[in-house]
Design a binder for this molecule. Structure first.
Ligand SMILES: N[C@@H]1[C@@H](O)[C@H](O)[C@@H](COP(=O)(O)O)O[C@@H]1O
Length: 263
C-alpha cells in the first residue's frame, strides 16, 4: 500500500485528480471505476477543468460506478446515477452510453448484479478504481462482514451508513436500506486502486485499513492484498496512524526515486 499524507482536502483532491489525468494521458481508452460521496467531488472538478483545458479527453473512456441505491431510478436526485451526471458526466466530453452505474431500478437485481460483472469483464476490466471510505471502513457499499472475495451483489446498509447518508435526503423522504455494490473481489480486480479520505471522522477507518488486521470487519483492509493500492489522505484522516512519520518518509523516498528515473 502506498500511503500519501497531505496537508488538507484540497491537496488530496489535486493529487488524486493528477493520478487520473496521468492515467488518461497514458491510455485514452481507460476503463475507470468511479465513486460517489462528498470526498471525490473536488477530484471530479479537477478532471472537468483538465478536460476543458484539453489536457485530457473522455471520448474513448468507459466508466463503472461502484454502487447504487436499490429502489431508486437514475432520475431520482439522490441516486448515484444522478449524482454522477451532475458532478462529472454532464461537464465532460464522455459518451454517456459508455458510463455504467448498477441499475437501482432493475426488476431482477440478482440478474442485474451478474450482468454488471459481465459488462466490466467485456470492457476488459477496470484500469483504475477510485474509492472513498465509510466511517466503519466500508468501500462501495461493502459493509463490515462483507466477504473479502465478494462480487457485485445486493447489500443491506448498516444503520451507521444510513445515518451518515441521511444528510443527502429530505427529512420525510424515502431513504433506501438496500444497495447494489461491486464486491470487494470486484474492486481488488482493478489494476490500480486509489482511495481518498479526508477529515478526522475517517481517522479510525484509516487506522484499521492501514495498521489493522486483514478482516471483513474493516472491508477496506482488503486493500492490503492489492498490488497497486494508493491511499491519499489528509493529516486529519492520518491522525490516528501510529507510523505516520515512517509513511511520510517512504513517500519522500518514492518521490526522489521517481524524480531520478524521470517518471
Ligand atoms: N457508498 C458510498 C461510498 O462509496 C463512500 O465512500 C461513502 C463515504 O462518503 P463521503 O465521501 O461522503 O464521506 O459514502 C457512501 O456510503
Amino acid at each position: 500500500m502506498q500511503i500519501v499524507i497531505l496537508k488538507d482536502s484540497a491537496s488530496v483532491a489535486e493529487y488524486g485528480a493528477n493520478i487520473f489525468i496521468k492515467q488518461l494521458q497514458k491510455k485514452a481508452d481507460s476503463v475507470l471505476g468511479l465513486a460517489t460521496g462528498s470526498t471525490p467531488v473536488s477530484l471530479y472538478q479537477g478532471l472537468i477543468a483538465a478536460n476543458k483545458a484539453k489536457q485530457i479527453s473522455f471520448s474513448g473512456v468507459k466508466t463503472f460506478n461502484l454502487d447504487e441505491y436499490l429502489g431508486l431510478e437514475g432520475t431520482h436526485p439522490q441516486s448515484y446515477r444522478y449524482f454522477m451526471n451532475e458532478q462529472l458526466f454532464d461537464h465532460i466530453d464522455i459518451d454517456k452510453s459508455q458510463t455504467f452505474v448498477p441499475p437501482g431500478d432493475a426488476e431482477n437485481p440478482i440478474e442485474a448484479c451478474q450482468g454488471y460483472e459481465e459488462q466490466i469483464k467485456a470492457a476488459g476490466g477496470i484500469d483504475i478504481q477510485l474509492l472513498g471510505i465509510g466511517r466503519n471502513g466500508h468501500i462501495g457499499f461493502n459493509e463490515p462482514s462483507s466477504g473479502l472475495m465478494s462480487r457485485t451483489r445486493v447489500k443491506t446498509l448498516t444503520k451507521a451508513t444510513i445515518d451518515d447518508n441521511a444528510r443527502f435526503f429530505a427529512v420525510d423522504e424515502y431513504q433506501p436500506h438496500l444497495s447494489i455494490t461491486m464486491g470487494i473481489g470486484t474492486i481488488l480486480d482493478a489494476k490500480k486502486v486509489v482511495l481518498l479520505a479526508t477529515g478526522e471522522n475517517k481517522a479510525d477507518a484509516i487506522k484499521a485499513t492501514v495498521e489493522g488486521a486483514l478482516t471483513a470487519a474493516c472491508p477496506a483492509s482488503a486493500l492490503q492484498l492489492h498490488q497497486d493500492a494508493v491511499l491519499v489522505i489528509d493529516e486529519a484522516a492520518a491522525s490516528k496512524l501510529a507510523d505516520c512519520d515512517f509513511y511520510k518518509h517512504i513517500e519522500a523516498e518514492n518521490q526522489n526515486l521517481m524524480a531520478k528515473l524521470g517518471l
